[in-house]
Design a protein around this ligand. Structure first.
Ligand SMILES: [Zn+2]
Length: 229
């Protein structure tokens, strides 16, 4: 009887240890899946609220596409362990309703978020528009004389060229508030021309959105040294 009890006791201890080990391992797996990789990125969906941005050949509102690309990219980056902060999370603009100049109020709010976040990279997402309806392709912009921003902008541009055959070989200098407002490494991506009916249609397709944001994410992984998706 005593011997039997001892055996049960040993078995019980064995199972408890097994249980504890499995809990510990699960914990490790869960923790590593969401492990912060040390990089913080601000994603900025251009326009919002009363500022719709450009209007496409068939009525696409720029601010809506900007947000949808931004949220998709965020998901991919968070999955890979990046800390991501958004300037705007929904359709609303960031301006104060009391502000006389809503555009300035909106841009200041974006700058405040960037400053508070202290990011390794800022990416602003926009859609392009031009009087010539045949203009097409993605363009990545960086602040003049900023080598770090130029470097990441060129990696993104190369990845986008690979994916959608953009005709601009290299990233371009851009004079945009979001690039000039801080000294953080910052790029602005004009994903394509919604003034071009064909490109507008592509930019609206779920499949294109997935592949496009994959191409940006891949470039970011390369820039920060993580080479697999
Ligand atoms: Zn825009």
């Amino acid at each position: 009887m005593l011997k039997k009890l001892k055996k049960y006791k040993l078995l019980a201890i064995f199972f408890v240890v097994l249980l504890l080990l499995s809990v510990a391992f699960n914990g490790i797996v869960v923790a590593s899946a969401n492990k912060y990789n040390g990089v913080t990125i601000v994603l900025d969906a251009g326009h919002g609220g009363r500022d719709g941005g450009s209007v496409g050949a068939n009525g696409t509102i720029e601010k809506e596409l900007n947000l949808s690309y931004t949220l998709m990219l965020k998901e991919k980056l968070v999955k890979a362990g990046y800390r991501v902060e958004l300037t705007r999370k929904n359709d609303d603009g960031l301006y104060s309703n009391l502000a006389k100049n809503k555009k300035i109020s909106d841009m200041n709010a974006r700058f405040e978020i960037i400053k508070k976040t202290n990011p390794n990279l800022v990416i602003s997402i926009h859609m392009n528009s031009f009087a010539d309806k045949t203009a097409y392709g993605a363009n990545t912009y960086y602040r003049v004389n900023d080598e770090a921003s130029k470097n990441v902008a060129n990696i993104i541009q190369a990845s986008l060229n690979n994916f959608c055959g953009a005709k601009t070989k290299f990233a371009l200098v851009g004079d945009y508030y979001i690039l000039n407002c801080s000294y953080y490494t910052s790029v602005l991506i004009e994903c394509g021309f919604i003034s071009n009916p064909e490109e507008e249609q592509k930019l609206n397709s779920q499949n294109y959105k997935q592949n496009f944001t994959d191409a940006i994410a891949k470039a970011i992984f390369i820039y920060f040294g993580k080479r697999t998706v």
